[in-house]
Design a protein around this ligand. Sequence first.
Ligand code: ADP
Ligand code: MG
Length: 693
Amino acid sequence: MRPNSLNTLFRPVTALPGVGPRIGNLLEKLTGPNVVDLLWHLPSGLIDRRRMPKLMEAPVGEVSTFIVRVESHYPSRNKRQPYKVICSNDTGRLTLVFFRARKDFIYASLPTGSTKIISGKIEKFDGELQIAHPDYIGDLEDADSILRVEPIYPMTSGLSLKVFGKSVGNVLNTLPILEEWLDLTLFRTENWPSWDSAVKAIHSPQSENDLDACAPARRRLAYDELLANQLTLALIRQAAQKQAGHPIAGDGRLREKIMTGLSFSLTDSQNEALTEIESDMASEYRMLRLLQGDVGSGKTIVSIIAMLNAVESGLQAVLMAPTEILARQHYSTLLKLAKGIELRITLLTGREKGKVRQAILNDLKSARINIIVGTHALFQEDVIYADLGIVIIDEQHRFGVHQRLALTEKGKGCDMLVMTATPIPRTLMLTAYGDMDITQLREKPAGRKAITTRVVSVDRVARVVDRIQDNINKGNQIFWICPIIEELQSQDLAAAKYRFDYLKKIFREHVGLIHGRMTKNEKDSVMSDFNKGKIKVLVATTIIEVGIDISNATIMIVEQAERFGLSQLHQLRGRVGRSKQPSSCLLMYKKPINGIARKRLEVMRSTNDGFVIAEEDLKLRGSGELLGTRQSGLPIFRVANIRDHADLLSTAHKDVDMFLKKDPGLKTKRGLALRNLLYLFEREIAMQNLKSG
Ligand code: ADP
Ligand code: MG
């Protein structure tokens, strides 16, 4: 249970004074549902209203504050003309301008002859100094509340800074005082403020320096967040390791048969990975291992061999993929490999329903199935395994830590291997997979041709089309990707359809379209036509990004490439370059394109190494947007920023490591304080591990 001291922070935002359903909705959209979420919405700038220059010398384009006498009103004569109020003081004249003004309101707030304090952005129009719609109009006794530094926050439309600032102010006034959870030595050497002072400081910056990621308050809160992250992962790991696993060591009979049927031999990287995996499986603890390898590095065969190891020992194995297409692909790979081998393999996705599904479930429960491949459907409540030895999760980046945990629950004590092609920089690795051991496949199977990448403007589409024609004549196949970004779904989909129609006019029946809104049958039939070569150009959204293995395709065209995350582009590019033919990738951007976007595409052009790309992307954009989408499965930090706070992450990692050795149950004074921290950052999931552990 969450301690009472935190309750004020976990009320809905509508519990704040002045926040009704409308503002509540906006706040929730901007920051999150609870009061505490407002605290993590950080100022991005500030306005210094303490400046009171002489009017004659007021800097144009900047915000200043003035004390003036109201001289005269000039109401607008028609809708297009503004309402003007002339003011002055000893240092000059100032015109206040209001468009589409409410006359009575202006009369009431600026009576002729009164003295007022006005704050707003100074502009020069027809040689006159003016402020259009001042931010503040007050009386002299309001001076203190106006003459201050005001934080600026990223806003959403319909919500004003004033309303947001007031709401944050209300939260800050009722902050609980919490027991310090930091290691005291660190706290003192860093000379950090306490949690509540840090939160207050972060929301009342006095200068640009206070907005910097290195400002003490920001660093402290970033550390808090990273500490919560590392503690969560460590607790999960601690709990998982307590569960006894099956020591699995098959006799190799199935693996041998599969190996002899392979048309290639394993790379050194693959062999090393298998050695690690087999030794994990043989141990009495559960395996929790991440297999990270660039697209095309050959993770699938490694996972198959691991599954066979379990089957040889009389246990069942599960291979879960994030999409149905991918599950089917794995299933058919397995069937091909297992030809002539005594092995019962089944597919279970959302599509197997009713009696078919029931029959599969019965077979699973009575151990008539050795290997089952599928999607999420594999882990619904009524799916019961006779004796599950190993769970393989492919393309982990589509699943977050929460899903991973749900699966761990299902396969209590069974070994788990998750696979990802997302090349995650070393620092980020710790934030996402601190609970797992890691194996990397850095080496690619021999004989792969490098992919040539070019970057062109979409204006050149006609020339691109010519080249496609040449390639079709040569028998090559082409992917043509259009972005679908969640927020713009319908608009984006229209763009993909538009491109399809355009290409259809040229290439007729050789063009196909596939996107997420199609039914499963429609998607299957398109994919199968592409596989068979009936379709030469496949216009697709990013649904084909993960894992799809079509070795004929040699050209990858990505439209509006600047809108994708680099890792995502790398994934897409990895869909080609799988055949003996040379492959190429064409990144098309839409003008105008900014400097960073240009540099990012340039990184793509200059290297094929996913790890280098990930590091560069991190440098150029920071981790928040590293993968372009929120589906990355990487934690989204609200205060911490991996680029600026990487040093804090490793400190937090070590801190947690040392502390849990002394207090694994979080029972000491600091342990109890750390529980508060977990709640603050909504890591309840970690608390569950504490209880069951
Ligand atoms: P990914 O790591 O992206 O999942 P896959 O497992 O799909 O990669 O492998 C990509 C392709 O490489 C497959 O067609 C697979 O059969 C092939 N492959 C895997 N290992 C080797 C190897 N050692 N030598 C040659 N080809 C391999
Ligand atoms: Mg794969």
